[in-house]
Design a protein around this ligand. Structure first.
Ligand SMILES: [Zn+2]
Length: 359
């Protein structure tokens, strides 16, 4: 009996949360398309190096190299893959590597929380994979990305439609180094030869391989420059201004305290749902505002607010940042960094009534 009640409660929760999934459409910014695969740069003479599956223990060495050579790259991050432990675990140090990436001006994109195949999992699981990473990145750098790369590049129509709703650009590649095969000469040849026949490239590589970090990356930088290419981020090679690369949690200074309270409530609710059923979906950060990246200092902007919670595709409703806090502060924030008042409102307006109704 108890079990039956529990399962109907879970069903109700799932339905309620699916309602939010259906009704909420994040704003889409800029001229770069959503809901389609993007494989190539739109600007000529540019090479966008992308590194997937990190951060890993090798990533700091790659960041050193990129710093030294004055290169900005794009990192498609996973929250917890290959046994590295969650990026939210401060004792593991992944958060500080991610902050360094962000503060150095590299572009950060989502590669999902745990690298599951998006063609093989349900919408609810995709939701979890997207949002769990968003929550973690909000804690770490106070923003989360609008750029996404699917694990193994696999993203069917359903996946693409969901990414569009979530306001993600799906970024593929048109130069695969195949660095995972660990044949460095083959990777070098592919890179060099492809650049002879293309006037730009989005390059797939991985900062989890020693060969890539310790040797191939330097080769790619030198070779691309020798052939007259600029090394840029994916956003730059698509002509997309930096302010469109991220969304940020926002609240007006007036509602800041409430936002934090509501954020914790949301977080707890999400954790509860996660414990209760693997098929339920988190009710967090479903709507959010565009990140403000006017500068790349150590102070990612927070404090945007937007006037509605669902169906808002009018970028003009986004207001300017009202406050800023340091990334270090973000790190010390007791998990409240991020999810915005609008999410809390969405939760209150859409989820809570339905949940209560069914409980
Ligand atoms: Zn991957």
């Amino acid at each position: 009996m108890k079990r039956k009640r529990q399962s109907s409660k879970l069903l109700a929760l799932t339905s309620a949360l699916l309602v939010t999934l259906v009704v909420a459409q994040r704003a889409q910014y800029g001229a770069v398309p959503y809901g389609v695969e993007i494989r190539s740069c739109t600007r000529p003479n540019m090479v966008a190096l992308t590194f997937d599956d990190g951060p890993s223990h090798l990533t700091p060495d790659l960041l050193d190299l990129l710093d030294k050579r004055g290169v900005r790259a794009t990192f498609f991050l996973n929250g917890n893959n290959m046994g590295k432990g969650p990026i939210t675990d401060k004792s593991l140090g992944h958060g500080s590597v991610i902050r360094r990436m962000y503060q150095s001006g590299h572009q950060i994109g989502s590669h999902t929380w745990s690298h599951k195949d998006f063609n093989e999992i349900s919408d609810e699981q995709r939701w979890d994979e997207l949002v769990e990473l968003e929550v973690a990145l909000l804690d770490i750098i106070r923003v989360y990305p609008t750029y996404f790369r699917a694990p193994w590049g696999r993203c069917n129509e359903g996946c693409q439609a969901m990414l569009s709703e979530f306001g993600y650009h799906l970024i593929q590649w048109d130069l695969d180094t195949n660095d995972w095969k660990q044949d460095e000469q083959a990777s070098r040849d592919t890179f060099s030869q492809t650049l002879n026949s293309q006037n730009s490239a989005i390059v797939l590589a991985h900062d989890i391989h020693e060969m890539t970090v310790n040797s191939l990356a330097a080769y790619m930088i030198s070779t691309a420059r020798a052939k007259g290419f600029s090394l840029v981020t994916v956003g730059e090679c698509l002509g997309d201004p930096r302010r469109n690369w991220y969304r940020t949690a926002g609240s007006s200074s007036k509602t800041k305290t409430n936002t934090k309270t509501n954020t914790n409530t949301l977080r707890k609710q999400w954790q509860k749902l996660q414990e209760g059923s693997s098929s339920t979906t988190p009710a967090s950060s479903n709507t959010a505002t565009r990140g403000s990246m006017n500068d790349l200092s150590a102070t990612p902007s927070v404090g945007l607010s937007v006037s509605t919670v669902a169906g808002d595709s009018d970028a003009s409703k986004v207001t300017q940042p009202s406050s800023a806090e340091s990334a270090e502060e973000a790190d010390n924030d007791s998990g409240a960094a991020g999810l915005m008042a609008d999410s809390a409102l969405a939760f209150a307006a859409v989820v809570v009534p339905v949940v209560l109704m069914h409980c």
